[in-house]
Design a protein around this ligand. Structure first.
Ligand code: M6R
Length: 613
């Protein structure tokens, strides 16, 4: 999704802005631009295409301004073009604005402004913003220092939808204004300089100290001061948050692609996420929750709500909570849940999973369940992200920054954290014998080295990828926990290799999809649940008979049974096996994408953080 960068300091802004945009590239975009405050007014340079192209624009090297805003656009209203790129100026070239999010009532606002003589040069929803600011600014007869803030305030009151907005103006050449509602934006505090970004990794090399804005909070930035205001323009105080991630964690570190680096970082991401949650001979440590038996017992059902890969992690969480706590859990897609009027009340615990913590549908679903009186718990990878601030309770995965659009280490970290959470619930409720709990804990602690072992499949997987990369359709099969892995493996393949793939519960095959199996079609199966080995093997035989080319990922000692390729992974407790069995499938989608010469980290049409509906 769109990315925002801002700089206010004493250095030339343009190289810092472009560099920041390059670090936001992974979010997905189709055009880019910057605006700086120059001696003779506001300059705007923008175009469709890659951020790199900005370096070639005439005059870009002549920019001297030390304050500027920048944007990567992911088209929503209007096709990718220079006119539709941000920053946008008002008709008098006095205000430059970049915006993330969607202004839902922009047609009404456009009409209002057109009726008042304003002309539009783009098809975007954003262009109403600088013009509205200008409208309110010129109507205001008071010339005090809050005049511009008032104009931005009135504008934001008119906006329906979601926004993170940065404004610079020739009327305040030493300041910048930012405000947000439902779209991400962080402020990095430097020494005599300050930074704005859509997310933390993009400016980690400049600062580790951040301010996080809540909805409808403003910041008025100067070089050495940041003042915060609420929507009524009362001054408010904000605490600075220090982030532990290192700047190098957001670099490729010698790997060809971020995705490959992140796949190989999984042993450590899991280690960090387990952290101190499993103290020896003691109950799981969730002092951030501290739930009593009485509190947990009131929940007669749970929901796990998320999107995409995070939702797939939720499916493993469901199996763990149901098995260990005997509480029914429904997993729901956030964009469905939010419009379904779900049956939840004060006796429901709703768990929201989001790597970025900024996914618009997940945040909206969370707000809905809060309004219905449910207790909400967020699981996120980003400290201070929107979802963590909205939820009643919050726990973190510690996967480190995930840059590649295709989620890998965040997924396995979510699955492990949900399993530890289920163990914690079970301990508090006393729903599982202690021996069973300590058996699972032991297996959890052994996971990092088992993932290391599974990563050794890379060579054989690469070979298999070379054989199948030109396929048009691929099928994934599994039962129980392995069905969840099939869903996630299939999503990975679609996302970065653009191969059509379907995941099926293996037992469903004969109810329809088997009609699609013909000579040469690739069918990938996962077998890790010992109770279901025979059943899945039978389903695999059904596709082999019909000419399928088969790969099986398994931690069981399978007879070859005419299966073309078997990838062996280490054995573990069945609840944890999705964390190990997904590794070869992540590698497979990676190597297929490379074989096809695609951009692994920035697949077409996708964004890392989906901040619009
Ligand atoms: O940041 P989130 O975890 O909320 O993101 C949810 C999905 O958009 C995300 O998992 C998406 O499916 C990934 N691209 C999958 O690789």
């Amino acid at each position: 999704m769109c990315g925002i960068i801002g700089y206010i300091g004493n250095q030339k802004a343009s190289p810092i802005l472009i560099n920041g945009l390059l670090r936001l590239e992974y979010r997905g975009y189709d055009s880019a631009g910057i605006s700086t405050i120059e001696k003779n007014g506001l300059s705007v340079m923008k175009d469709k295409g890659r951020v790199q192209n900005l370096y070639n624009l005439d005059g870009i090297n002549d920019l001297e301004g030390t304050i500027g805003i920048a944007h990567t656009r992911w088209a929503t209203h209007g096709k990718p073009s220079k006119e539709n790129s941000h920053p946008h100026l008002d008709n008098s070239n006095s205000f430059a604005v970049v915006h993330n999010g969607i202004i839902e009532n922009y047609n009404d606002l456009r009409k209002f402004l057109s009726d008042n003589g304003y002309i539009f040069h783009s098809q975007t929803d954003t262009e109403v913003i600088p013009n509205l600011i200008h409208y309110y600014y010129s109507k205001d007869k008071n010339n005090d220092e809050l005049k511009i803030l008032r104009a931005v305030q009135s504008t934001c009151k008119d906006l329906k939808g979601s926004f993170a907005i940065q404004v610079i103006t020739k009327y305040m050449p030493d300041n910048m204004i930012v405000i947000r509602k439902d779209s991400p934006l962080v402020i990095g505090k430097g020494n005599g300089e300050n930074y704005i970004s859509s997310d933390i990794p993009a400016i980690l090399s400049f600062t580790k100290d951040f301010y996080l804005l809540n909805d409808y909070e403003f910041a008025l930035l100067s070089r050495d001061k940041i003042e915060f205001y609420d929507m009524d323009l009362n001054k408010i105080k904000k605490e600075v948050k220090s982030i532990e991630w290192s700047a190098s964690a957001a670099d490729k570190n010698g790997y060809e692609d971020y995705m490959l680096k992140e796949i190989f970082e999984q042993p450590n991401a899991i280690r960090e996420t387990i952290g101190s949650r499993l103290p020896e001979n003691e109950p799981c440590n969730f002092d951030d929750l501290n739930f009593s038996k009485e509190f947990l017992s009131k929940f007669n059902k749970m929901y796990i709500v998320a999107c995409g890969t995070a939702m797939h992690a939720g499916l493993s969480g469901k199996i763990a909570i149901e098995k260990l706590c005997n509480i029914p859990v429904t997993v729901d897609i956030a964009s469905e849940f939010r419009y379904r009027n779900p049956i939840i009340d004060k006796n429901t615990l709703c768990i929201y999973i989001s790597q970025s913590g900024e996914t618009a549908d997940t945040i909206a679903a969370l707000k809905l369940s809060k309004a219905k009186g449910a207790t909400t718990l967020a699981v996120s990878n980003v400290i201070g992200s929107s979802i963590t601030r909205e939820a009643d309770y919050c726990i973190y995965t510690h996967a480190g920054p995930e840059i590649a659009v295709a989620s890998t280490k965040a997924y396995t970290s979510q699955v492990i954290l949900l399993n530890i959470l289920a163990l914690y619930f079970a301990e508090v409720l006393g729903s599982v014998p202690a021996e069973e709990i300590s058996k699972i804990k032991k297996e959890i602690l052994a996971l990092p080295s088992k993932i290391d072992e599974a990563l050794k499949s890379a060579k054989s997987i690469k070979k298999f990828a070379k054989k199948i990369y030109l396929q048009k359709d691929v099928f994934f099969l599994g039962r129980g926990v392995d069905y969840n892995t099939a869903l996630e493996g299939s999503l990975k393949l679609k996302e970065i290799s653009y191969i059509h793939s379907e995941a099926y519960a293996a037992g469903e095959l004969k109810h329809g999809p088997i009609a699609l199996i013909e000579n040469g079609v690739t069918v990938i199966s996962i077998i890790t649940d010992e109770n279901l080995v025979e059943k899945t093997i039978s389903n695999i035989q059904e596709v082999i008979t019909r000419g399928a080319n088969t790969l099986v990922v398994t931690n069981k000692n399978l007879p070859s049974n005419n299966i073309n390729t078997i990838i062996e992974i280490p054995d573990t407790h069945v609840l944890l096996s999705p964390i190990v069995s997904i590794i070869p499938l992540q590698l497979l989608s990676y190597y297929i994408s490379k074989e096809k010469g695609l951009d692994v980290d920035k697949p077409r049409n996708l964004a890392k953080s989906v901040t619009v509906e």
